[in-house]
Design a protein. Sequence first.
Length: 204
Amino acid sequence: MPEAAVKAVLWDIGNVVVRWNPRTLYDKFFKEPAEVDRFLSHVCNMEWHVAHDLGVTFADNRARLLPQFPEYADAIHAWETRWWEMFSGAIPETEAAIEALHAAGVPQYGVTNMSQETFAGTIAMSPAFKRFQDYVVSAHEGVIKPDPAFYALACERFGLAPSEVLFFDDSEWNVRAAEAFGFDVHHFTDPAAVRPALEARGLL
C-alpha cells in the first residue's frame, strides 16, 4: 500500500492516549503481589472484563462473580467504585502528536474497546481528545476489536477507505487484524516512536 494514500489517523485510547492498568489500583488494594496476580487472573480477569466492552454494565457483570468469590466482594466492587484509580495519566508523546496532527489539518478519530459507563470520564482526561472528530466505542456498537466488523464500522462511520487509515493500537492482536483488513498500522509499544511513524507517512 503506498504510504501517500494515508490521510487520517485512528487512535486506540487505553495505553495509547491514556495509561490504564488494573494493577495500578489493586497493588494498593492487596498487600501481596501474588494476591494481585491471583485476583487479576482468576477473578476480575480480562476474559470477564470484555463483557463491559460489549455493553454489559458493571453491576450486571459483577453479579455473576460475587457468589463465586464472596471473599473478594470488596475488590470486585472496586472494579467500578475505584475504576479511575486504574489510570495513571495521559501519555505526553501521544498528546503532542495529536496536537501536531490537528495543526496540520489531519483528520483524527478514536476507536476503542470501552464500557459505555466509563467513556465520558475517560475522554475528559486529556484536552487532546477534543481533537478527535468522532469515535467508535465498542459498548455502543456491540462489537469489539479485533473483529473485522469493528474496523468496517469505523470506515463507514468516518467515510474512509481502509487504505486511507493509519491505526495506532497497543494490542498486537488488534493491530494484525486491522492490517489484514487493509489499514496501515503502528503497534504502539514506545511513545517515542509515534511521531517518527507519522513523519514517515508524510502526515507531519
